[in-house]
Ligand binder design. Structure first.
Ligand SMILES: [Zn+2]
Ligand SMILES: [Zn+2]
Length: 175
């Protein structure tokens, strides 16, 4: 979604776009490998221009697939986020004087006459992925001893905690 700022009418521009699975904005190609994949990404975006300042607001909807932090199976996480950005040209003078008006307002720059929304929207998706994704709330994870996926079936490893408690009891009996 690249927009020439000269084509934005006074009343603003309403855009809707669907990106294919595993979409990666051109500007981000060559970054370190991303450890997730995407379903189709549905983007709706409103773009306004006041003088040289660009106001973006929109919504992004997709599903992210990433590894569950407990069992390493695929965790599928629905993403439904809204975003706002205020962009000013890099060449604009006195930009340090511009103050943020709201905490949730993202602030950035664009170069020349073109605004590329894709990296910003992608960033919004990345922000929605939790540090410790779970395939489900009560994922049992992997057995630390044999590596079995405890969601599928319990393994036959002895429970260490119980062992430790039994050892203490045996000690007490001996005294
Ligand atoms: Zn899991
Ligand atoms: Zn086990």
């Amino acid at each position: 979604m690249k927009i020439n700022i000269n084509t934005i009418p006074d009343e603003g521009l309403e855009l809707r776009e669907i990106k294919g699975r595993n979409w990666l904005p051109g500007a981000l190609a060559g970054e370190a490998a991303w450890d997730f994949s995407l379903e189709e990404v549905i983007i709706s975006c409103n773009i306004k221009k006041v003088d040289k300042t660009i106001f973006l607001r929109g919504a992004v909807e997709t599903t992210v697939h990433t590894a569950c932090s407990r069992c390493l199976e695929t965790a599928s996480l629905p993403v439904n986020a809204t975003f706002r950005y205020t962009l000013v040209p890099t060449a604009m003078e006195g930009r340090e004087e511009i103050e943020l008006t709201a905490e949730d307002l993202e602030y950035g720059f664009y170069e020349g006459e073109t605004v590329d929304c894709d990296p910003l929207i992608y960033e919004q998706i990345v922000l929605q992925i939790p540090m410790k994704a779970l395939c489900r709330e009560d994922c049992r994870g992997l057995c630390p001893r044999c590596g079995a996926n405890l969601n599928l079936s319990p393994c036959s490893c002895p429970d260490r905690e119980v062992d430790a408690r039994l050892a203490v009891l045996k000690q007490l009996k001996r005294q």
